[in-house]
Design a protein around this ligand. Structure first.
Ligand SMILES: [Fe+2]
Length: 209
């Protein structure tokens, strides 16, 4: 039985405060991880933009079970859960590409970026969630990407690299147009993902077989 996501009854100032707190938690997460700092500096041009929330079926799964956090990732996990009911969630992929079950238990939103809750031209920082026992098929994109695991675990696949099972605090780098995929096992996974380079506003595309 899933717990319903909290209904968005807060006023806009309260919602803004939640997003500002989540951004601060993400900044602390970035500051505390040399791999993240080396990937890209924290954006300096962040501006909060009020956006309509958009909910997806996966939100209820996230609220019910975001996966286990570590002592260091708990603050960010909690801050993401606090904004989750108010975020502009997206699915992007089609049922043909990923399957119906995937679309029921997946979602992402742009915390900061060209279309984010915080506008910046310097980076794209997204939150992604996948339920347990899902396969995220091979895809690619021009921007380089650094995955950071906030809670739960996932088995990361990428062309030219060994598979790695990653948990809270661990990271995975994908270079430009490197095909990659992910499998969740018996736990969901919550991630904070950075993009850098050209094409920040472009969607990933499925890799041809
Ligand atoms: Fe990616």
């Amino acid at each position: 039985m899933l717990i319903d996501a909290p209904s968005p009854l807060l006023d806009s100032g309260d919602v803004r405060d939640l997003f500002v707190r989540a951004l601060a938690a993400a900044r602390d997460w970035h500051a505390g991880c040399p791999v993240q700092r080396e990937f890209a500096p924290w954006p300096e041009d962040l501006t909060y933009i009020p956006r309509e929330s958009a909910q997806v079926p996966g939100l209820a799964h996230l609220v019910n079970d975001p996966g286990a956090a570590s002592d260091r990732s708990r603050a960010l996990k909690d801050a993401i859960l606090a904004i989750a009911p108010f975020a502009e969630w997206r699915l992007t992929y089609t049922e043909d590409e990923v399957g119906a079950d995937f679309l029921q238990r997946f979602g992402w939103f742009e915390l900061a970026g060209p279309e984010g809750h915080f506008l910046t031209t310097q980076a794209r920082i997204t939150v992604g969630f996948w339920g347990a026992n899902l396969y995220y098929p091979r895809h690619q994109h021009e921007p380089e990407e650094l995955y950071t695991v906030v809670s739960g675990t996932g088995l990361f696949h990428a062309d030219g690299a060994p598979d790695r099972l990653l948990g809270p605090g661990e990271t995975r780098l994908h270079v430009a147009n490197q095909p990659h995929a992910m499998t969740t096992t018996d736990t969901p996974i919550l991630t904070l993902v950075y993009w850098r380079g050209a094409g920040l506003a472009d969607p990933p595309r499925m890799t041809a077989a």
